[in-house]
Design a protein around this ligand. Structure first.
Ligand code: KE4
Length: 431
């Protein structure tokens, strides 16, 4: 497979951009090789600078749920472009997208638009601390909520532990207020509340974890978090930046019938443009400036182009049958991966929910980050590179989820599963 042009572009990029990328995972650090510089994309496929074509399961890390360059979204963007690109003043398009979000999510009466998932979670944490008057937050090991300082904590142990900086530049003082527990470990959360009772402002969780690979909540985990937060007066924050409008129209909160106090959204709600949001009950959101005292602001918050792309994406997703189709595609992929691995006796477990899927080179089950880390990273790397060579573009890290779109066709799935069988067979032969 030719990669000469990507290689040249990567060398040139590294001279002026750290690591040659504007987000670390894109550099292929976990899988090696040359990151493919994308020239263009359409539907379920991306085309790189060397003219190679790939069936895409990254979808820009979730936003491209309709497929790339979806005609309705391009039409909406062309119409918005004619009116200008950014005003720093309110527009009806922001209210329209906010109405769509509030109509879809049972727990959201008001929502504030921001420009990234990091901003959404950072603001939700500030609001939770403000309304409770408490400073500690509890998050889960392996869950990623963007790169705000208090959320960049290193991996903990098997019990609830005080966060340690997960990156240079994050002061110890910022992470000491972050308690970390294993995902799915309700007992560890209970223990944390018993230890730090009325100090914990909120629990923030990816209701379906997608940043340690895909790990589903165990039965009772999410309702248990709801009950513990109610018992100890803490807020429950669902970080649905990835799961919102991805696993179901109303997100994971509707799928699992658990109402968080605050919800963070991103990715799909921007339709491929920079937009994210956080929202919840009116009594909470009214605390946000200018109505209330809690400050948060953003030059490009509610950008009209992003609002147009987001609203059109949700309008298309609202059509009957969208989530049945997404679910069937992701399920077919997860099942095919499992069956292909079993044929050559390579340990692999996989799962899917709505339009997202995940797999581990691990016999399974995987319930938390500790188990996710035991998966065979070398096998993942060989699999990723074999699939890339065969024209299938997966997330370049074992600790990510995969995404299908409404543009993926049965032929794409057939080609993907053929590439899967060929790649796994070559891995098995090399063992
Ligand atoms: P952004 O700041 O990247 O828009 O959103 C941060 C974020 C928050 N919450 C969840 C659950 C997320 O998954 C993310 C970002 N996801 C990663 C990939 N898993 C984005 C890709 C990247 O970092 O380049």
């Amino acid at each position: 497979m030719a990669t000469r042009r990507s290689r040249q572009l990567f060398r040139r990029a590294r001279r002026v951009i750290p690591g040659g990328v504007n987000s670390p995972v894109r550099a292929f650090g976990s899988v090696g090789g040359v990151p493919r510089f994308v020239d263009h994309a359409r539907g379920a496929r991306i085309f790189d600078a060397d003219g190679n074509e790939y069936i895409d399961y990254v979808g820009s890390w979730g936003p491209m749920i309709l497929g790339h360059a979806a005609p309705p979204v391009l039409r909406a963007l062309r119409a918005a472009l004619k009116r200008g690109t950014s005003f720093g003043a309110p527009t009806e398009s922001e209210t329209h997208l906010a109405e769509l979000i509030c109509g879809a999510l049972p727990s959201v009466e008001q929502v504030r638009m921001v420009s990234s998932g990091t901003e959404a979670t950072m603001s939700a944490l500030r609001l939770a601390r403000a309304v409770t008057g408490r400073s500690r937050i509890l998050k889960f090991e392996g869950c990623y909520h963007g790169h705000a300082d208090s959320l960049l904590v290193g991996a903990g142990s098997g019990v609830a532990t005080l966060g340690i900086p997960g990156s240079p530049g994050v002061p110890q003082a910022f992470t000491e207020l972050t308690v970390q527990a294993p995902f799915n470990a309700l007992d560890a959360v209970q223990g944390a509340f018993e230890r730090w009772r009325d100090e914990i402002a909120c629990v923030i969780v990816e209701p379906v974890a997608g940043n340690m690979g895909m790990v589903a909540p165990e039965p009772g985990f999410l309702p248990g978090l709801r009950e513990l937060c109610d018992r100890y007066g803490a807020l429950l924050i669902f970080d649905e930046v990835m799961t919102g409008f991805r696993v179901a129209w109303g997100g994971a909160q509707r799928l699992f019938d658990v109402k968080p106090d605050l919800t963070c959204l991103g990715k799909v709600v921007g339709g491929g443009l920079p937009a994210a949001a956080y929202g919840g009950r009116r009594e909470l959101m009214e605390q946000m400036a200018p109505e209330g005292p809690v400050y948060q602001a953003g030059t490009l918050s509610g950008n009209p182009l992003a609002m147009a792309a987001g609203a059109e994406t949700l309008r298309e997703l609202a059509r009957p049958g969208s989530y049945e189709k997404l679910g069937a595609l992701a399920d077919q992929l997860a099942t095919g991966l499992r069956e292909a691995a079993a044929e050559v006796e390579i340990p692999l477990c996989s799962q899917s929910l709505g339009g997202m899927f995940g797999f581990f080179f691990h016999a399974g089950p995987v319930h938390d980050f500790e188990q996710a880390r035991q998966a065979d990273a070398a096998c993942f790397q060989r699999f990723f590179r074999g699939m890339l060579k065969r024209g299938v573009y997966l997330a370049p890290s074992p600790f990510e989820a995969g995404f299908v779109s409404l543009a993926h066709r049965p032929a794409d799935l057939r080609a993907t599963l053929a590439a899967t069988r060929a790649t796994l067979a070559s891995i098995a032969r090399a063992r």
